[in-house]
Design a protein around this ligand. Structure first.
Ligand code: IMP
Ligand code: MG
Length: 182
């Protein structure tokens, strides 16, 4: 892994290397493959853009069934603090009626976003909905909704890389970096 990086006024140091990410993504993919192995109709994977693009891409390649992948856009976040404000889900243009759904997100922090997405998705009468996230911050989580697949838990710290950004920068990094003192 490389050394510290600067994004805007913040300094970040390496935290999780790509080998660790890869092995956790594989682990989640095999759990999902096993859980849905007996389904006649495989689940629709709904990926939340922009943050989940890299995770979804790797996860889908490790999943052992052939299925639909939809990308939707939703965001409630600016900078390092959750605003708690919500926007709508854009790009959900297929029927979810009677289908099993797996929602894939980059990180669940307070859970505001995932709770809102859950309300929107359930209006489409799916058969079931499960949630999958690359990162989960248990100390920040304020919702009762169950997050079914968690690749990695982290503390209440701010990270970038592998899809996650700081003010839209850093999503392309193959490793995870955490904010630190200079
Ligand atoms: P929540 O609604 O508070 O759960 O926030 C979820 C969203 O906040 C994620 O989809 C991210 O876009 C953003 N977010 C939360 N924590 C981080 C972080 O540590 N780094 C980058 N983005 C984050
Ligand atoms: Mg996001």
């Amino acid at each position: 892994m490389k050394g510290k990086i600067k994004i805007g006024e913040l300094t970040f140091k390496p935290m999780i290397d790509s080998a660790k990410i890869k092995s956790e993504v594989k682990r989640i993919a095999s759990e999902i493959s096993r859980d849905y192995a007996t389904c006649d109709n495989p689940p629709i994977i709904i990926s939340i853009l922009n943050g989940a693009f890299m995770f979804t891409s790797d996860l889908c390649r490790d999943i052992e069934f052939c299925t639909e992948v939809a990308f939707v856009k939703y965001s409630s976040y600016q900078g390092t603090l959750s605003t708690g404000e919500v926007k709508s889900l854009v790009g959900l243009n297929r029927s979810l009626e009677g289908r099993d759904i797996i929602v894939v997100d980059d990180i669940v922090d307070s859970g505001t976003t995932v709770a809102h997405i859950d309300k929107i998705i359930n209006k489409h009468n799916p058969k079931s909905v499960r949630y999958c996230t690359l990162f989960f911050k248990p100390e920040s989580y304020k919702q009762s909704l169950k997050i079914d697949y968690v690749a990695m838990e982290i503390g209440n710290e701010f990270i970038v890389g592998y899809g996650l950004d700081y003010n839209e920068i850093g999503r392309n990094l193959r490793e995870i970096y955490v904010v630190c003192d200079e």
